[in-house]
Design a protein around this ligand. Structure first.
Ligand code: AMP
Length: 210
C-alpha cells in the first residue's frame, strides 16, 4: 500500500510518517530531507530551497525515480513532501502503474495558516544529527543543548511566506485532483501528536489489513 501524506509545512507530516513507518513497516520517502542532502553539493538546489521555492518538477521526479529504482522499492511507501504539484502526481501515477502498483490513498493533515507560521517559526535543526525539533510541539529532550539548535534558512519569515504561497497555488489543487481518483482522508493536524497518531493508526490499519 502506497500512501501520500499531504498538508502544509509544519502540519506534522514528518512526525506522523515516522510513527506510521515504525508501526506498519512502511518505507519513508521524505523529499525535503532527500533534497537537503542533494543541496550539500548542489548550489542551485540549495538556493531554491533557502528561498522557499520549489525544485523543478522534472528534476524532482528524476531524483525520486533514481532513488527508488536504486532500492527496487515501489510499494509500501509513505510519500511526504512528494508529490507537491498535480504534474508530479500524474508522473508518479504513471510511473508506479508501470511497476503494477498505485497510490492507494492520501492523508491530508490540515492546519490553519496562522498555526503553520507559529510552528515553523519555532522549528529548530540540530545540525549535528539532522534531527528537527519544534520548541512548541516537539521540544528537544533533556541533554540536548537548545542553544546549539539553529533555524533552517527556509523557516525564516520571507521563506515561510513564499512556501505558504506555493502551497496554496501548487499543492492545494493537487488535493482536489487526488480526491477525483483515490480516497483522501482529512485529519485535523492541530491536535496533540499522540491523538493524531492514534487516528492515523486506525485509518491505515483498517485499509491495509495490517
Ligand atoms: P519540506 O521539508 O518538505 O518543506 O521541503 C523543503 C524544500 O525542499 C521545499 O521548500 C522545496 O524547496 C524542496 N522540495 C521538497 N519537496 C519538493 C517537491 N516535491 N517538489 C519540489 N521541491 C520540493
Amino acid at each position: 500500500m502506497n500512501i501520500i501524506l499531504i498538508g502544509p509545512q509544519g502540519s506534522g507530516k514528518g512526525t506522523q510518517a515516522r510513527i506510521l513507518c515504525e508501526k506498519f513497516n512502511f518505507f519513508y520517502f521524505e523529499s525535503g530531507a532527500y533534497l537537503r542532502r542533494v543541496a550539500e553539493t548542489n548550489r542551485e538546489i540549495k538556493k531554491a530551497m533557502d528561498e522557499g521555492k520549489l525544485v523543478a518538477d522534472e528534476e524532482m521526479t528524476s531524483y525520486l525515480t533514481a532513488y527508488l529504482d536504486s532500492k527496487h522499492l515501489y510499494d509500501d511507501i509513505i510519500f511526504d513532501g512528494f508529490p507537491r504539484t498535480v504534474e508530479q502526481y500524474r508522473f508518479l501515477r504513471g510511473w508506479l502503474a508501470k511497476k503494477n502498483v498505485r497510490v492507494d490513498m492520501a492523508i491530508d493533515l490540515t492546519i490553519s495558516e496562522a498555526e503553520t507560521v507559529r510552528r515553523l517559526s519555532a522549528r529548530r535543526l540540530d545540525s549535528a544529527t539532522g534531527k528537527i525539533y519544534n520548541l512548541i510541539t516537539d521540544p528537544p529532550p533533556a541533554g540536548i543543548d537548545s542553544g546549539k539548535l539553529v533555524q533552517r534558512e527556509d523557516d525564516r519569515p520571507e521563506a515561510i511566506e513564499e512556501r505558504l504561497r506555493l502551497y496554496n497555488e501548487r499543492t492545494r489543487p493537487l488535493v482536489s485532483e487526488l480526491e477525483k481518483e483515490i480516497e483522501v482522508i482529512k485529519v485535523d493536524g492541530e491536535r496533540p501528536i499522540e491523538v493524531i497518531a492514534k487516528d492515523l493508526e486506525s485509518i491505515v490499519s483498517e485499509r491495509s489489513g495490517k
